[in-house]
Unconditional design. Sequence first.
Length: 461
Amino acid sequence: MKNLILTLFVLLSLSLGAETFRGYVHDENHNPLQDVLIVHGKNSAVSQENGYFLLNSKSEADTIIVYLAFYEIKRFNRKEFTSTKYITLTSKSMTLDAFTFTAKKSNNLLPSSQEKITISLKDQPTTTSNVAEVLTQDNSIQIEGTQLPGERQTASILGHSSRHTLVMLDGIPLNTSGEDFDLASIPSELVDEIEIYKNNTSSLSGGGGIAGVINIKTKKSSKNRGEFSINANYGSYNFQKRSLASGFTLGRTSFYAVFTEQSSDNDFKYKIKKGNQWQTHTRFRNRKKSQNAMLNITSKLAWFDVYYSGNVSQYDNQLPGPTNFLNLFNGASIEGYDMYQDLKLKKKISKVSNTLEVYHLNKKSEYKNTKPTIPINKAFNISRNQRSGIKLSNVLELDKFQLNLTNSGLEETYSFDEQIKLNNDIEETSQYSYASSLVGQYRDSFSLLNYNLISSLRYDK
């Protein structure tokens, strides 16, 4: 009983010593402003994507300052924050001295209660070759596959099978059919940041997210002046990589394009014991070659915002790679391409943010193994996979409550054309799916503590 009374007394003391300031920040056109800095004494907070901010402060200062570059600075008396405050910032031209400001922002693919880690590559020199190498920074992710350029590499989260990790590109699922995804196929030059959501997310993201979700966000030009860069990398196993990136802004429309080309011989030496002697051999025919091109366009029009993202990758890999059964893959190879396109239209009406998204994925791979020493392994096949989807999201933002309604439809087509073993053919097969989800989130604070209550429903057919 004494412990309970003591605990209540401590919480009451904290609540008496702290104030909570909350509100929304938007511009003169009623568009929400993100990354606005709200300062009270030595305490500060940053507004979210929808303009919402929540600041807990124990400062005794009378003035609250609201600041965002290229907007007029606003000052308010603390007494004006008797309830949720709606703040309008007016744009203003100004000249600023050079400075660096780093802040955390909440722009989550999933609710903020889901355990999330963000790996940012913004304004950093590229020291990694692909997404798989970037993810080695997180100890809870195990990269599976041969650590050689061009070899297939997948991600296992918290010990789960890699096929239970849902990989997304700008929010588009890339492996919804239960297969794993080759993270080495996405060059790091395309990546702005990577969001990692751990533990089961199936009720929120759909099938495939039993282990978690990896959402790869691609780069988008945000600078007023044009930018241009060329990079070249060389390494062991005759590794070569060249990349070209360019971005610029015209009026309300910004463009960002990246092209990368990578190749590696991957011929390596190894020792094998024959009798009582060790012999050194060299593994040949492991050459890997790939090309990747990306274009992102962002345009803020009068009626809605438009976001387009297109990505095309082409690969040509010699086989067998690192394996002990060379005779089974004599002269084998696999080549193909992956193409992703995504179009988003965003519009906020009153307190409801609406997003209409249309996307298309097209994959083709051709596998040749026509000269094995064992005839039963002879194969020559072509596989094709296409996915077309549409998604409508409506998010209602209130003072402390958020309601997210999402409806999506998907059509997937698959075919497998075997040129030698005709009985293994799979004629073009299509399947259709529909999903609807409703997520409610209530957020508030008590003293210096913030808490979230989340409830979700999902229907798949």
